[in-house]
Design a protein around this ligand. Structure first.
Ligand SMILES: *[C@@H]1O[C@H](CO)[C@@H](O)[C@H](O)[C@H]1NC(C)=O
Ligand SMILES: *[C@@H]1O[C@H](CO)[C@@H](O)[C@H](O)[C@H]1NC(C)=O
Ligand SMILES: *[C@@H]1O[C@H](CO)[C@@H](O)[C@H](O)[C@H]1NC(C)=O
Ligand SMILES: *[C@@H]1O[C@H](CO)[C@@H](O)[C@H](O)[C@H]1NC(C)=O
Ligand SMILES: *[C@@H]1O[C@H](CO)[C@@H](O)[C@H](O)[C@H]1NC(C)=O
Ligand SMILES: *[C@@H]1O[C@H](CO)[C@@H](O)[C@H](O)[C@H]1NC(C)=O
Length: 257
């Protein structure tokens, strides 16, 4: 009689768990089916303004920062590997293979004048609203304004990039743009095209050695909001750079002593 009771209880418990897990599995299957029926392989469900990312593309750079000791060869190798990896998808592009500076061949400018590559983060279906030559903003640097005015109308279909040393506006830090100063408009919008790659602006920076600097690169289009605030940055990327050169330190030390 006691044995019988235990059997019945066991049976009830087993049956309960069997039903419980079956229902759980069913609910999970329904959820996944619902999710996949909504998702499109190529098109995100939320786009532009409705997306959490928002419609203002972030500005990014590779490397994100440069901390480099000229005597440390593994520092050098790390940057070479990072940049080679990053630029690999670009190798078959004709516009890319014509570049002379900021390439693997010149070690991306390392160590004296390292290159950083500035791009916009991809936002599905975002299109830049180009700034016309007659409506250049007053806070745009003079050299960029001159550069834009020297281009033809079709060449002005670009998102402009300008960079400056946050502290010492180019008095000690030299900045060059060996590939040009814009992200070409023909790359937009991004619609998850096969093999899509983001356009890049190469920024070749010659900083003072043994000094921590920050280069700020701003992207310019009418629909890229710039907020210079460090707390809520938008429309720019900051690239901290520190190149340690022990030889230069010794020269400074012996010159002052
Ligand atoms: C050289 O750089 C690497 C990182 O690239 C670091 O791990 C290592 O400690 C550095 N060596 C010296 C001697 O500073
Ligand atoms: C780029 O082209 C080379 C040959 O020119 C080929 O070997 C390589 O697989 C291609 N890479 C990509 C990512 O398409
Ligand atoms: C540096 O120059 C840029 C462009 O001309 C300007 O927007 C920025 O305010 C300047 N920064 C400093 C610290 O003077
Ligand atoms: C910045 O420039 C000023 C002169 O314009 C110079 O006195 C100062 O040493 C520079 N600072 C650095 C960190 O290069
Ligand atoms: C920029 O960010 C600051 C907060 O850091 C905020 O108070 C300000 O409204 C923002 N400006 C714009 C134009 O969004
Ligand atoms: C510079 O001085 C430091 C220490 O005084 C020394 O270790 C280093 O080898 C020197 N560098 C050169 C290039 O002379």
């Amino acid at each position: 009689m006691v044995n019988n009771c235990i059997c019945i209880v066991e049976g009830i418990v087993l049956a309960f768990y069997a039903v419980f897990y079956a229902v759980l599995a069913l609910m999970f299957a329904i959820c996944m089916a619902g999710l996949f029926s909504v998702l499109d392989d190529r098109k995100p469900t939320f786009i532009l303004g409705s997306s959490l990312i928002g419609a203002n593309p972030g500005v990014a750079s590779r490397p994100r920062g440069i901390a480099f000791d000229t005597q440390n060869s593994s520092n050098f190798d790390d940057y070479m590997n990072e940049l080679q990896e990053f630029l690999k998808p670009y190798e078959n592009e004709t516009w890319f293979s014509s570049k002379k500076k900021c390439t693997k061949e010149d070690n991306y400018g390392f160590p004296e004048s390292p290159c950083a590559f500035v791009k916009l983060n991809k936002i599905y279906s975002w299109k830049p609203d180009f700034i016309g030559a007659t409506e250049l903003p007053a806070d745009m640097s003079e050299d960029l304004q001159e550069y834009i005015k020297g281009l033809s109308e079709s060449e002005r279909q670009q998102v402009w990039v300008s960079c400056w040393d946050e502290k010492n506006n180019s008095t000690t830090t030299q900045i060059e743009y060996p590939w040009g100063r814009g992200l070409a408009g023909r790359f937009y919008p991004f619609l998850n095209q096969d093999g899509y790659i983001s356009p890049l602006v190469a920024v070749r920076i010659t900083p003072p050695t043994n000094t921590l600097i920050a280069v700020r690169c701003r992207a310019w289009a009418k629909n890229i909001v710039y907020n210079k605030s460090l707390k809520e940055p938008s429309g720019y990327v900051r690239i901290p750079i520190m190149i340690t050169d022990h030889a230069a330190v010794n020269i400074t030390v012996s010159a002052t002593s």
